[in-house]
Design a protein around this ligand. Structure first.
Ligand SMILES: CC(C)(COP(=O)(O)OP(=O)(O)OC[C@H]1O[C@@H](n2cnc3c(N)ncnc32)[C@H](O)[C@@H]1OP(=O)(O)O)[C@@H](O)C(=O)NCCC(=O)NCCS
Length: 179
């Protein structure tokens, strides 16, 4: 089964959190987080286009005690996942939620045959770089002055997906977590 056949994951629920597919009704909450998270936030229209028209894209939200506290999206390109967007609501950062969301998405798609994931991150985004390195992403190159708003460089990162590594990282994260 190719990745193109296996993108329709509905999500996962456990205890007080849920990860599920993003829907248009979620956009009001998501845009509040988006606007507090990025220099140049995506517009409502950008999300709508992704949700309605991009058959290669999937967006997931993280819900904790009924509230949307984060989200991420990816494009499926052959056996690769390209992360397009990820944010955790400011009040919920630094508690492991970002790593948790990425690891759950990695775990599912790794089991469906995805071999690697990639993303671009601003060279000055220390928190995100730290999270990605913790999850096994490695720097593969720079796109100079890629971000037109600040002229910042983009760091291109790749991670090879491996079931055992994902499980080990999930165990390490859960040992530390408050929940
Ligand atoms: C990047 C982001 C999604 C991470 O989510 P999160 O829930 O805060 O991440 P976690 O709690 O799982 O992990 C945060 C890690 O970064 C570390 N960290 C936080 N701020 C940091 C900083 N300024 N410099 C270095 N490390 C930092 C934390 O110590 C923690 O590492 P640890 O687990 O080893 O202690 C979140 O910060 C965010 O939404 N940022 C704004 C949007 C954004 O930049 N998205 C990424 C675009 S590529």
């Amino acid at each position: 089964m190719g990745m193109s056949d296996s993108k329709d994951w509905a999500g996962v629920r456990s205890g007080d959190w849920t990860i599920r597919r993003m829907a248009e009704k979620d956009l009001k909450s998501i845009l509040k987080i988006e606007e507090r998270s990025f220099v140049t936030p995506w517009s409502r229209q950008s999300f709508l286009t992704e949700l309605r028209e991009n058959e290669y894209a999937r967006y997931y939200i993280l819900v904790y005690e009924q509230a949307i506290i984060g989200y991420m999206g990816l494009w499926f390109i052959l056996d690769e996942g390209h992360i397009t967007n990820i944010a955790i609501a400011p009040d919920f950062r630094g508690q492991g939620w970002g790593q948790h969301l990425i690891l759950e998405v990695m775990r599912h798609f790794c089991s469906q045959g995805m071999d690697r994931m990639t993303l671009e991150v601003r060279a000055g985004n220390q928190a995100a770089l730290h999270v990605y390195k913790t999850l096994g992403f490695q720097e593969a190159g720079l796109r100079k002055a890629y971000y037109s708003d600040t002229q910042e460089d983009a760091v291109i990162m790749w991670a090879e997906l491996d079931h055992q590594m994902i499980a080990l990282r999930q165990d390490a994260l859960h040992l530390r977590a408050l929940r």
